[in-house]
Write a protein that binds this ligand. Structure first.
Ligand code: NAP
Ligand code: MG
Length: 492
C-alpha cells in the first residue's frame, strides 16, 4: 500500500485565527422609544425632544431616547422629593437594605441582558461588560445593602442622617457601573436620586429603571432623566437638590463647582486622570507587560484612572518596549459582541476626533508612534492600539488626558525621579508600581499624589475600597465606608 504523504489539513500556525464567537443579541428587547423614568413610570418628555442612541461599532440606530428639558428635570426632582418625604427617609434601615439586596440579585439574574446592552450601546467588548462592569455593579449594591442598617456603626456618635435629594451625573465609559457607584450609597444612606446618564449610553440606565420596578422600589426613589449636557446643567441649577455627585471631565466639573459656589448644595467631583504606571527593573516583567496592556487598553482606554503614562526604568527600557510591541500584535480589535474581542469601538465620533487630534499632536511634537498591523472595520468608530516612545514630559500626549487606547512611554533612572515625573501632572487619580520589593512599594505609595496606588496590578476595583482623586482629578470618595459620607449629614 502506498503511503500517502501527510498533508496538514489546517493552515500553518501563523495563519491560525479565532473563529467568530458572537454573543447573541436575542436576549435584549429594545423598545423603539424610551421616555424618562420619573415617579416609577416612563413618561413622555415635556420638552417633546427625542434623539437616537446608536451602536458605535456599526452606527446602527438602536432606539430613540427622551431628551429632558428644564421642566422634565424639575418634575423628576419633585418626584424624588416626594418619595424622600413620604416614606423613604423614614423607612427602617433594614427595609431599605432589602431593596438594595433585591436590586443586586436582579442585576445578577439579568446580567447577560445588561452586558449585551452595555456593549451594544457603548462599544465595549462583551468580555469586559460581562466580567467586569456588570458583576462589579451587582457587587456595589450588595456591599452598600450591608451598610444601610449599620450607619451608626460606620460613624459612631455622629448621628448620620440622609441629605434628601441627590442629583447624579455620569459619563459614558462605564454607564451601568457609574450608575451603581452613585445610586447604591445614596439609597443606602436614605436619600432619593435623580440620575442623568451620558448622552451616548442611556440604555442600561433605562433597563436599570425596569429593574427598580421589578424590585418594587417605591416610586420616585430612583428617577432617570436622559438627555444631553443641558439636562445635567438643569439638575445642577435646580434649587431643591441637596447634593450633586458628578463624574466626567475636569472642564465640566469646574463649571459645576463655579455654579454651586456660595450655595449649600453638597458636591463631589470625580474627574479626569493621567496616571503613571511605573515599572522598576526588578519587577516580573511579563506580568508587568500584561499590567501595562490592561492599564491602558482596557475599555479602549476610556478609563479615568487608565495607566496612560508608562514610566520605565532606563535599564529595562528596550526589553520592555519590545515585549509590549509583541503583545500588542496579539490584541484583537473588532465586534464588541464577539467574546474574543480585546478592543472594541470608540464610544462616539466626537471622542474618536479628540483621540485623533491628540495623536496627531504627538507625531507633530516629535514622538515616535507604533501601531500593530490591524484592520479597522469600515463602519463605526475605531482606533488601533497605539504606543508613543521618545516622549518628552512637555508634550501634550504626556500632559493631557487622551481617553483612548494610546500609551506614552517615558523613562526614569532612580525612584526619586520616578516619583517626580509621576507627580508632574495636574491630575492625581491613580498610579501603578511594579517591583519585587515591598519596601519600595510603600516608599512610592507614600510619595505618589494619587487617590489609588496599585502595586503589581492595575485597574482593580472593589466596592469596599474607596476611589477618588487629588488635585484636578476632583474631590470626595466613592466606594467603601468613605463613599457613604458624601450622602449623609451629621449636624445632630
Ligand atoms: P463630560 O462631558 O464632562 O460628561 C459627563 C456627564 O456630564 C455627561 O452625562 C454629560 O452629558 C454631562 N454634562 C455635560 N455638560 C454638562 C454641564 N454643563 N452641566 C452638567 N452636566 C453636564 O465628560 P465625558 O467627556 O462624557 O466623559 C469623559 C470624562 O470623564 C473624562 O475626562 C474622564 O476622565 C472622566 N471620568 C472620570 C471618572 C472618575 O471616576 N474620576 C470616571 C469616568 C470618567 P452628555 O453626555 O449628554 O454630554
Ligand atoms: Mg450609544
Amino acid at each position: 500500500m502506498a503511503v500517502e504523504k501527510h498533508k496538514p489539513s489546517t493552515p500553518a500556525l501563523t495563519e491560525w485565527d479565532y473563529a467568530p464567537a458572537p454573543e447573541t443579541r436575542e436576549i435584549v428587547t429594545l423598545e423603539k422609544r424610551y421616555g424618562l423614568f420619573v415617579g416609577g413610570d416612563f413618561v413622555a418628555p415635556k420638552s417633546r425632544e427625542w434623539q437616537p442612541t446608536i451602536s458605535p461599532a456599526t452606527e446602527e440606530k438602536l432606539a430613540e431616547v427622551a431628551y429632558a428639558g428644564e421642566a422634565d428635570v424639575n418634575r423628576a426632582v419633585v418626584a424624588a422629593r416626594g418619595a424622600f418625604e413620604n416614606g423613604w427617609s423614614a423607612l427602617a434601615p433594614a427595609e431599605r437594605a432589602k431593596y438594595l439586596f433585591r436590586i443586586a440579585r436582579i442585576i445578577q439574574e439579568r446580567s447577560r441582558e445588561l452586558a449585551v446592552l452595555e456593549s451594544l450601546d457603548g462599544g465595549k467588548p462583551i468580555r469586559e461588560s460581562r466580567d467586569v462592569d456588570v458583576p462589579l455593579a451587582a457587587a456595589h449594591f450588595f456591599y452598600y445593602a450591608g451598610w444601610a442598617d449599620k450607619l451608626e456603626y460606620a460613624f459612631p456618635n455622629r448621628r448620620p442622617r440622609p441629605l434628601g435629594v441627590a442629583g447624579q451625573i455620569i459619563p459614558w465609559n462605564f454607564p451601568l457601573l457609574m450608575l451603581a457607584w452613585k445610586i447604591a450609597p445614596a439609597l443606602a444612606a436614605g436619600n432619593t436620586v435623580v440620575l442623568k446618564p451620558a448622552e451616548t449610553t442611556p440604555l442600561t440606565a433605562l433597563l436599570f429603571a425596569d429593574i427598580c420596578r421589578q424590585a418594587e422600589l417605591p416610586p420616585g426613589v430612583v428617577n432617570i432623566v436622559t438627555g444631553d449636557g443641558r439636562a445635567g446643567a438643569a439638575l445642577v441649577e435646580h434649587d431643591d437638590v441637596d447634593k450633586i455627585a458628578f463624574t466626567g471631565s475636569t472642564g465640566v466639573g469646574k463649571a459645576i463647582q463655579r455654579e454651586l459656589a456660595g450655595t449649600d448644595t453638597r458636591l463631589t467631583l470625580e474627574l479626569g486622570g493621567k496616571a503613571a504606571n511605573i515599572v522598576f527593573d526588578d519587577c516580573a516583567l511579563d506580568q508587568a507587560v500584561e499590567g501595562i496592556v490592561n492599564g491602558i487598553y482596557f475599555n479602549q482606554g476610556h478609563v479615568c484612572c487608565a495607566g496612560s503614562r508608562l514610566l520605565v526604568q532606563e535599564s529595562i527600557y528596550e526589553q520592555t518596549v519590545a515585549k509590549l510591541k509583541r503583545r500588542l500584535e496579539t490584541l484583537r480589535l473588532g465586534d464588541p459582541l464577539d467574546k474574543n474581542t480585546d478592543i472594541g469601538a470608540i464610544n462616539s465620533k466626537l471622542q474618536l476626533d479628540r483621540i485623533t487630534e491628540l495623536v496627531q499632536s504627538g507625531k507633530d511634537e516629535g514622538a515616535e508612534i507604533f501601531q500593530p498591523a490591524c484592520r479597522l472595520p469600515e463602519k463605526g468608530y475605531w482606533f488601533a492600539p497605539t504606543v508613543f516612545t521618545n516622549v518628552a514630559q512637555s508634550y501634550r500626549i504626556a500632559q493631557e488626558e487622551i481617553f483612548g487606547p494610546v500609551l506614552s512611554v517615558l523613562t526614569f533612572r532612580t525612584p526619586e525621579e520616578a516619583v517626580e515625573k509621576a507627580n508632574n501632572t495636574a491630575y492625581g487619580l491613580s498610579a501603578g508600581v511594579w517591583t519585587e520589593k515591598g519596601s519600595r512599594i510603600l516608599w512610592m505609595a507614600e510619595r505618589l499624589r494619587a487617590g489609588v496606588v496599585w502595586a503589581n496590578t492595575f485597574n482593580r476595583f472593589d466596592p469596599a475600597s474607596p476611589f477618588g482623586g487629588y488635585k484636578e482629578s476632583g474631590f470626595g470618595r466613592e466606594g467603601g465606608r468613605h463613599g457613604l459620607e458624601p450622602y449623609l449629614r451629621f449636624d445632630g
